[in-house]
Ligand binder design. Sequence first.
Ligand code: KIV
Length: 262
Amino acid sequence: MNALKPVTAATLLRARQCDEKTVWLTAYDAVSASIAEAAGAEVLLVGDSIGMVCLGFDSTLPVTLDHMIHHTAAVVRGRKHAWVVCDLPFGTYQQSPEQAFASSVRVLQETGCDAVKIEGGEHMAATIRFLAERGIAVVAHIGLTPQSVKKFGSYGKRGKDYAERTQLLKDAEAVSSAGAVSLVLENIPADLAAEITGAVDIPTVGIGAGISCNAQVLVWNDLLGISESNPPFAPAYARVRDIMTNAISRWVADVKSGRFPE
Ligand code: KIV
């Protein structure tokens, strides 16, 4: 992938066709966007995970469209060529295709981002088709869908039994035929993710879904070790929380002892 050319949905499809892995990372502001892009991330996902990792909520349910627009606009200002995807938050698309369209229009017009992401499979296919037919790039998200945590009761793995596997396969095929441009697979068995990746024509993006997906995504705070704890499928590549705490506490000590300013 040519890192200097703007990434598009077509770029991601071509990468899949050439067996080239694509890297997605969440970003929530202009600083995280520019660092992630400089480090090689091709897609910046403004996830509604922001509710839990930045805004102090205990689930993604309280996140609003205004929150997402505020942060996505900042990410767009911080990127140069990455493809920026904004999560539509809970309650802003499930009611009807028209509601999803109105929310997507606000997001696209007020932020300048490239695509919206919605959670749900077969039951969201009509909405995805409605948006796709109106020119909107839609990323679908199945498997563990955090906006449904109250229904499922946990953030545990999905697709563990035959019935759930069969439904997830149907979900993947339904959203792909409805016109989704990419498909996030969260916290499902690796062999099921491999089967889904083989069954659909669009790029799959795994998080806790094994190595066969066409792309991988992680949450910024998890990857960098800023979160207090990570989901089991999200390794920390650094301990940035410790680095920040150490720097601030050394400065606090210097102020208290009169060593700062010199
Ligand atoms: O909200 C989010 O960050 C996400 C990713 C975990 C895929 O949806």
